[in-house]
Design a protein around this ligand. Structure first.
Ligand SMILES: [Fe+2]
Length: 181
């Protein structure tokens, strides 16, 4: 299983900039996975997302520069934005999170930067199963805890789940999807 954790991802000055930007950005009410039209917001992973960062956003530059500098990888395509999740909007927060899924295979890597939460209950669950159709595995093999300014990323085809700590009223993360050269 290919994954990596980078703590103190942004410099403290840049993390402060990103956090301020996450707090001041405009968010749109949405849900995941919103490609599944059969689901609606009430019975899915309800969240709020900003627009995807673009080249005119300082946030994008900070993120890509930091990622490339810290990993030595060259990013050729990307999609990243801020996401907020309110515990009270999730009907069922069960032990191992919401629905396990794989991310868009157009990108090699998927991951998140944590902004405001700490602990295993607010992190990410990764699965070793690589079933394409029916998914039987119940417990994740790896739980990666949340920590402010922690960057976690993995192969986009690893099944995973966002966890959510019901005692944390609101979770702010920056999901990202990257195609690497
Ligand atoms: Fe995902």
């Amino acid at each position: 299983m290919n994954f990596k954790i980078i703590d103190n991802f942004f410099s403290s000055e840049n993390f402060e900039y990103m956090m301020t930007s996450a707090m001041l950005s405009t968010y749109k009410k949405t849900w995941q996975p919103n490609s599944q039209v059969l689901l609606n917001r009430a019975n899915s992973y309800a969240c709020y997302e900003t627009k995807e960062f673009t080249h005119s956003d300082k946030s994008l530059k900070l993120f890509l520069n930091t990622f490339q500098e810290k990993t030595g990888m060259v990013v050729i395509e990307f999609n990243t934005f801020f996401r907020k999740i309110y515990s009270k909007e999730l009907k069922n927060i069960f032990k191992y999170g919401i629905i396990p899924h794989q991310d868009n295979e157009k990108y090699n890597l998927a991951g998140i930067v944590h902004y405001n939460s700490t602990g295993i209950d607010d992190g990410t669950g990764l699965y070793s199963s690589n079933e394409k159709e029916i998914f039987y595995q119940i417990e994740p093999d790896v739980l990666i805890g949340a920590k402010p300014n922690r960057c976690v990323f993995y192969d986009s085809q690893i099944w995973h789940r966002p966890l959510q700590d019901e005692n944390n009223e609101m979770r702010i993360v920056q999901p990202f999807f990257l195609k690497i050269k």
